[in-house]
Design a protein around this ligand. Structure first.
Ligand code: DC
Length: 671
């Protein structure tokens, strides 16, 4: 997951390959709650691990449910037939509507002393229609802040079940879902009828609810989309085992990707396109119908059990006008596809966008305009005009703590003008798809020169490794510690009983060419062996220094070093990064510090590791090494001509990072 302040996406060109999608948020949270309400133990497979499901899991544990989570499998022992807690409980619902609404209803019907709160945005998301319906039923609910919005306090109800319960259906279908999941708790000896007031929106989400209720033993009788009867004698029963489908709304980004991006780069853009694993055309999720809308815009889609394959069809895409009431969440993805169309696209009947994580009509319009698009909006519609070549602008996309805004606008990087796109607060995707960007990068391709590299060279012990890895972390980029490659090469050579001299140059080079080296965080693995400590010693550095003067070895390591240049970008540290390995890098930093300062830092490092050391000896050693490094004929230590010098003798590491970030930002300039 990218937890950086922003993520810069370089322009992308093609995409091909397979993505396995995480479980659906809507299904995951419904299944968790139903598993908690029912009698018996349920093993839930392929559960989504996200902010919203974590909120639900915490709440269920607070209620006394036993929940074990191992990877994507959760084992839940339900409360059915057991006493609910009598003590006061405060629940924190974050910004998770799929947890807040149904939990409120279940708690209110069951009764107790419960408080439900959330993040500030949650306190702006309406819940009045649900509370009205629950009060009609005899539930005891108070608003602790503004009337109609969380936070709420729930007490013991006096249920009156003899007349139909009215609920508005035209603001959020989650209110009806909440009632449908809560009322079976009260329908033990009589049938309960719910009457929908107004035109029910997002019917497919109600279909998911009904489908899942049936799996848990509740056969709701549906009369049109106006009346729902929960039969007398209803009692939740565990299905034993249940699988969560992959999220059809998440699939929309990869369906769109297949429609927008040219195919396999090795086949000149033709070929297989994108395969999505985990959800197919027969999904119970309404958002799967996004595939029809995408097909209408030009995508070529085939499907089988639990999979979809998408290729680019019509190009440019075709502008469409569509009533999106049935696919409220996935429809946002159409708004971005519209930028690549041959004419305007109008999405109608999307009033619910205004009450989601943010006002999504405003968000999509505002951010599309930043890219250069012309957008018109109304109370419940939006029209997006395509962005022709020459009109795309670099934009820093504000994401409003809304995962879908972030994921949608990542698709803008396929623009004809090849401008990069900045996504602010990329970790907001964690709401439904924590590894979204990783999944995108795993199938997207671009010309190597589009993948930015920042080089940090400098003398030994200048702190370049620390600086480079910190900047990499701040940007969400990969990190190449090239010195480690020389250290590992020397280590492998000694293991193979080679000398580190010119006599064995060819043999060491051969070893280096297919070095099975892997980096896992701070750890360096050679094959399966952790060699971190072995190569990080002073002796390891000396050995590296010896093999690093052998030209054939340097040559042999070039390809391996180039292979680190992967999306979304690279921080490369080592002496010839800016001069030999990545000469076209857009930012090169030459980091220096006085010998005295470097000796002191190295001394501290060694003492920390439990080695004894003498500062004066270290300093003499460093100075000798500098002289050798600068004068040696093979890869001498020299700043690249276009490198910016940074003397960090008196700077904290934070200040050095800040300086490099300022230089980098000044070269990016996002509007
Ligand atoms: O940065 P370091 O201390 O891990 O480097 C170990 C040795 O490898 C050091 O003598 C410099 C050499 N080296 C090199 O020649 N070229 C690089 N790109 C990186 C390191």
């Amino acid at each position: 997951m990218f937890s950086t302040a922003f993520l810069d996406l370089p322009p992308l060109q093609c995409a091909s390959g397979t993505v396995t999608l995480p479980g659906s948020k809507s299904i995951s949270n419904r299944v968790l709650l139903l598993s908690a309400l029912c009698q018996g133990t349920t093993v839930v497979h392929d559960l989504l691990d996200s902010d919203d499901t974590r909120v639900m899991l915490v709440a269920l544990r607070q209620l006394g449910c036993e929940v074990d989570v191992a990877g994507t499998t959760a084992t839940v022992t339900g409360l059915g037939g057991r006493a609910w807690p009598a003590e006061a409980i405060e629940f924190f619902m974050g910004n998770a509507g799929t947890a807040m609404r149904p939990l409120t209803a279940a708690l209110a019907v069951q009764g107790g002393d419960f408080t439900l709160k959330g993040v500030p945005r949650m306190h702006e998301r309406p819940i009045g229609d649900l509370v009205d319906a629950l009060r009609e039923l005899g539930c005891n609910i108070d608003y602790l802040g503004n009337a109609g919005f969380p936070p709420l306090r729930v007490r013991q109800p006096e249920l009156q079940l003899d007349k139909p319960i009215p609920v508005r259906g035209d603001v959020s279908s989650q209110f009806l879902t909440a009632l449908l999941m809560a009322l079976p708790l009260a329908a033990t000896d009589r049938a309960i009828t719910i009457e929908v007031i107004g035109e029910l929106i997002s019917k497919p989400y109600i279909a998911i609810t009904l489908n899942l209720l049936a799996r848990y033993g509740i056969a709701v009788e549906r009369q049109g989309w106006e009346r729902f009867v929960i039969p007398a004698g209803s009692r939740y029963q565990s299905p034993g085992t249940i699988h969560v489908e992959a999220d059809a709304s998440s699939a929309s980004y990869f369906i769109a990707l297949g429609a927008i991006a040219a195919g396999d780069p090795s086949k000149g853009g033709q070929g297989k396109g994108i395969r999505i694993q985990g959800v197919g055309a027969d999904s119970i999720q309404g958002d799967i119908r996004f595939m029809d809308a995408a097909a209408q815009m030009g995508a070529k889609i085939t499907s089988g059990p639990n999979w979809l394959e998408i290729q680019r069809g019509a190009w440019p895409l075709k502008g469409i006008t569509l009533d999106c009431n049935h696919i409220p969440d996935a429809a946002m993805t159409l708004a971005v596809m519209a930028l690549y169309a041959d004419g305007p696209t109008t999405l109608c009947n999307i009033a619910s966008w205004r009450v989601k994580e943010t006002d999504r009509i405003v968000a999509m319009a505002t951010e599309s305009r930043k890219l250069g698009a012309t957008v018109e909006e109304g109370p419940d519609w939006i029209t997006i005009h395509p962005l022709p070549e020459g009109k795309w602008q670099r934009a820093s996309i504000h994401t409003y703590d809304d995962h879908r805004v972030a994921m949608c606008f990542s698709l803008a990087v396929f623009n004809a003008d090849q401008v990069p796109v900045r996504i602010e607060d990329p970790q907001c995707v964690a709401k439904t798809f924590p590894d979204y960007f990783e999944a995108l990068f795993s199938v997207a391709h671009t010309a190597t020169q589009n993948i930015p590299v920042i080089c940090i060279d400098g003398p030994t012990a200048s702190g370049k490794g620390t600086l480079a890895s910190r900047v990499a972390a701040a940007l969400g980029y990969h990190y190449l510690d090239s010195g480690a490659l020389y250290r590992v090469t020397a280590h492998a050579a000694l293991q193979a009983s080679l000398t580190l001299e010119a006599a064995d140059e060819a043999a060491i080079a051969e070893l280096a060419r297919s070095l099975p080296v892997h980096f896992e965080g701070e750890q360096v693995l050679l094959g399966n062996v952790d060699v971190t400590d072995a190569i990080r010693s002073e002796q390891g550095g000396m050995n590296a220094s010896k093999v690093s003067v052998l030209p054939a070895v340097r040559e042999a390591l070039v390809e391996l070093q180039h292979s680190f240049q992967r999306l979304p970008g690279l921080l490369a540290d080592g002496r010839d990064m800016g001069t030999v390995i990545f000469p076209n890098a857009p930012l090169k930093v030459f980091l220096t510090a006085s010998a005295a300062e470097r000796a002191e830092r190295r001394h501290k490092q060694l003492i920390l590791k439990g080695f004894s050391a003498n500062i004066d000896a270290l300093r003499a050693d460093l100075e000798a090494r500098d002289a050798r490094d600068m004068s040696r004929s093979v890869a001498p230590l020299q700043p690249a001509q276009d490198a910016l010098q940074l003397d960090n003798s008196t700077l904290t590491i934070e200040a050095s990072v800040e300086q490099v970030m300022v230089w980098w930002q000044s070269r990016q300039v996002f509007g």
